[in-house]
Design a protein around this ligand. Structure first.
Ligand code: B12
Ligand SMILES: *[C@@H]1O[C@H](CO)[C@@H](O)[C@H](O)[C@H]1NC(C)=O
Ligand SMILES: *[C@@H]1O[C@H](CO)[C@@H](O)[C@H](O)[C@H]1NC(C)=O
Length: 138
């Protein structure tokens, strides 16, 4: 009898914990699909890749997952003391100071394109957003 009550009490506590975790974190969400467009604005070429993003995950995670998958997407970053990873090259093409070229980060949704004010290590794509890595000049 007492044993049964203890078990019931324990179970209830476990269930309460699960409910409170679910409430504070939202449901245990699955990764969502995300499109990544690599655009070379100087040569007018583009490639679209599909990958997944974790619930409120950073863009860098989706890019690493894509790089590890069997396709041709490759990128390199350089660590900046203040702002984290700076996107140096995509698919072998690197920006450089002499030509004043770089990979710009853009995000497009509902036909509107924004320029995020953080880099790939901090940006959290919204569901349904298309991420554009655009090789361009500054
Ligand atoms: C100039 C500049 C650039 C130039 C740098 C190249 C150059 N040779 O000049 C260019 C145009 C390439 C650039 C790009 C971007 N930038 Co910028 N940039 C600046 C700016 C105006 C001055 C930096 C500087 O020269 N400091 C003086 C030198 C002596 O210090 P430094 O440490 O050597 O500076 C280097 C770093 O700042 C680095 N850098 C510049 N921008 C960024 C962005 C990120 C994410 C990283 C990791 C490093 C980095 O490049 C500088 C030169 O080597 C600052 C704002 C400011 N007033 O400080 C924004 C700033 C640093 N940039 C910012 C951003 C968001 C970007 C972009 C992500 C924008 C985008 N959406 O594409 C991209 C980077 C994309 C990528 N490839 O990863 C933000 C970073 C904020 C944050 N918490 O992440 C800042 C603070 C401006 C803002 N919007 O608030 N940027
Ligand atoms: C991508 O390239 C195709 C042709 O290959 C072109 O029709 C399309 O407009 C390009 N998209 C962007 C965003 O530049
Ligand atoms: C895009 O539109 C949908 C539906 O109108 C909306 O729910 C969503 O928040 C919008 N996205 C952005 C980034 O504004």
């Amino acid at each position: 009898m007492t044993a049964t009550m203890t078990v019931t009490a324990l179970l209830t506590t476990a269930q309460l914990l699960l409910v409170s975790v679910t409430l504070s974190h939202g449901a245990f969400s699955q990764d969502s699909p995300i499109d990544l467009i690599v655009l070379n604005s100087l040569e007018n070429t583009n490639m679209t890749y599909s990958t997944t993003i974790a619930y409120r995950g950073i863009l860098l995670g989706a890019m690493r997952r894509l790089q590890d998958a069997p396709n041709c997407f490759k990128f390199t970053t350089r660590e900046d003391d203040n702002y984290g990873p700076f996107l140096v090259s995509v698919n072998g093409l690197a920006g450089n100071e002499n030509d004043r070229t770089y990979w710009q980060l853009l995000a497009e949704s509902n036909g509107t394109t924004i320029i995020p004010n953080v880099g790939v290590g901090c940006y959290i794509p919204k569901p349904g957003e298309r991420i554009i890595l655009k090789f361009t000049k500054y």
